[in-house]
Design a protein around this ligand. Structure first.
Ligand code: CP
Length: 322
């Protein structure tokens, strides 16, 4: 399949979430990302497909991986990338998200990449601007490029997603990574288990087609992938856990708990990691089984693919989700 056919397979103006995407659309994004994995390993990583295009990173929350990889992705494709520093912007003088977005929109960017603490805020913003909008994480709602890079990592390591037993463990309640991954992995035919204390599991989450476990060893049994999540203390308003020490004892991933999973089970973590809280250092640094650095590598390729496809779609008449 060539580039033009892949654009046809993903006829959207924005990437706001994984929910609602079809297996064909997800596969088109993953297939296109593959070309950039190889390009990023070459000495010359540059292409010019985004020449003349402007991408603005507008991050209202801290980020290392997502913001840096969108910047690298845009620059490697020949685009101009601006990182707007919210802490030194007129946001500090009281300007709202929508006024800020419309101000930036007046400068004719082609893509806004937005991270914001409020669920739904990025969709709202997308309705006010003319450019393509990519959700870089909105509250506890979605983080679509994280789920895509996780899927690409799994696909490259194991060859497929369909039929895999995948455990997502930790603070599910506050995790946009968990939500996007549940949508993507169930859509692609994986069997998803959530493992967490009762206080960190959303009510009625079984409706998303997952199984819930409150015991690590029971949940990890025969799993092919173990995806760990950090405790999102910045979104907690109350006491969800007796202590971090007790949390690690019952829910931290160590070789003892991992022993019930598939012997080749892949260990994943979206980062940032809190060593000794949700994951033991030895497990995190297990070069044979941990895919954590590969996930970061895949993040650049996925973001290059998404930027290329969405900017190409800007030139198409009436995309489906305008
Ligand atoms: N996984 C992730 O979103 O990391 P950052 O917060 O560093 O972007």
């Amino acid at each position: 399949m060539d580039n033009a056919e892949r654009l046809f397979e993903f006829p959207h103006r924005h990437l706001l979430g994984i929910e609602g995407l079809t297996p064909v659309e997800i596969t088109a994004l993953l297939d296109h990302s593959e070309t950039y994995v190889e390009q990023n390993r070459q000495t010359n990583k540059k292409k010019s497909v985004l020449s003349g295009r402007t991408i603005i990173n507008l991050f209202y929350e801290d980020s290392t991986r997502t913001r840096t990889s969108f910047e690298l992705a845009g620059k490697r494709l020949g685009g101009d990338v601006i990182n707007m520093s919210v802490s030194t912007s007129s946001v500090k003088k009281g300007e709202t998200l929508i006024d800020t977005a419309m101000t930036l929109n007046a400068m004719h960017p082609d893509v806004l990449v937005v991270r914001h603490p409020d669920s739904g805020s990025v969709k709202l913003l997308s309705e006010k601007v003319n450019c393509a909008v990519i959700n870089g994480g909105d509250g506890a709602h979605e983080h679509p490029t994280q789920a895509l890079l996780d899927a690409l990592t799994i696909r490259r390591r194991i060859g497929h997603i369909q039929g895999l037993r995948i455990a997502i463990c930790g603070d599910i309640l506050h995790s946009r990574v968990a939500r996007s991954n549940i949508h993507l992995l169930t859509t692609m035919g994986a069997r998803v288990r959530l493992i967490a204390p009762k206080t960190l599991i959303p009510t009625d989450v079984e409706r998303m087609g997952v199984e819930v476990f409150n015991d690590m060893k029971a949940g990890l049994e025969d799993c092919d992938i173990v995806m760990m999540l950090r405790l999102q203390k910045e979104r907690m308003n109350g006491n969800y856990l007796p202590s971090v020490r007790e949390y690690f004892h019952f829910f931290g991933l160590d070789y003892g708990k991992l022993s019930v999973a598939n012997p080749n089970a892949l260990i994943m973590h979206p980062g940032p990691m809190n060593r000794g809280v949700e994951i033991d250092s030895e497990v995190a640094d297990d070069f044979g089984r941990s895919a954590i650095h590969e996930q970061v590598e895949m993040g650049v390729a996925v973001r290059m693919a998404v930027l290329e496809i969405l900017t190409a779609n800007l030139d198409q008449p009436a995309p489906r989700n305008l």
